[in-house]
Design a protein around this ligand. Sequence first.
Ligand SMILES: [Zn+2]
Ligand SMILES: [Zn+2]
Length: 148
Amino acid sequence: MSAAAPVTGGCLCGAVRYTLTAAPVLTRQCWCRLCQYLSAGGPTNNMVVPRDALTIAGALGDYASVADSGSVMHRHFCPTCGTPVGGYAEPRPHLYVLRIGTLDDPDLYPPRQTIWTDAAPAWATIADDRPSFPGQPPAPPTPSPGTA
Ligand SMILES: [Zn+2]
Ligand SMILES: [Zn+2]
């Protein structure tokens, strides 16, 4: 199901703005060690969206690293204010991972899963009202060609 109106968001300083015209494929919270760096010690809260439904305006910095899976991951951020905006994995360029905190209305898409709980610090609070995984769950399904 698509949202009735395009969903908008951006970074703290406003140099990066985006418009999203499709609902997320999935939403989840990630406690992996890398996400703890991005989030000042907490998890990141993410929505996986179809790349072709997302229009981003403004320059993004790009930091690439090799994930535990062996995939090269790109993390995008605003070079002016440092807000982590999103990123993608090279094997799945048709999907983009947007940080829920960059939505103009972060209540729109709450995280529905928690992943990498084994990497969380001892003081972390892990929500018990949604599925959680100790590590990386299976990758989201690849959209079939020809489907909207
Ligand atoms: Zn910014
Ligand atoms: Zn993570």
